[in-house]
Write a protein that binds this ligand. Structure first.
Ligand code: ZN
Length: 134
């Protein structure tokens, strides 16, 4: 059985649950999701699998008051762009965090949460979320 014959959710499993991305061995830039080519080095760069840092900080965030189908019970909630400690950026929901602690520069940590029963392949239905750490 080839990798491609697996259902999409299982092929996506390492990426979604382990935050598996990759890294350019030439310039050291980390990417998530994994890229096929380093935009800095092009063909000179060699990309290797790399697990992403579990910690980082909020670069920017927005509070969502209207939710897509399947998220109605969770409003309002925060969506943030997080810069991980290895330099890669991820988009994630912020959970389990007091409203006033969600701010630019806040340190965050990865947690596992069920995101949606409705559409497991939806664009933000990843297996991870982040919470603000004290
Ligand atoms: Zn590179």
């Amino acid at each position: 059985m080839t990798n491609n014959s697996l259902p999409l959710m299982w092929r996506k499993f390492p990426e979604r649950y382990l935050l598996m991305g990759n890294k350019c061995t030439n310039c050291g830039t980390a990417f998530f999701p994994a890229r096929k080519m380093c935009p800095n080095c092009r063909r000179k760069g060699k990309l290797v699998d790399e697990g992403m840092s579990k910690e980082g900080e909020i670069i920017t965030f927005t509070e969502m008051f209207s939710a897509p189908y399947g998220f109605e019970l969770e409003t309002p909630y925060f969506i943030a762009i997080i810069k991980l400690n290895n330099g890669a950026k991820v988009l994630s929901q912020i959970v389990d965090s007091a409203h006033e602690k969600v701010k630019i520069g806040a340190k965050v940590q990865k947690v596992f949460r069920k995101i949606s029963d409705i559409d497991p392949e939806g664009p933000i239905a990843y297996g991870y979320k982040f919470k603000v750490v004290e």
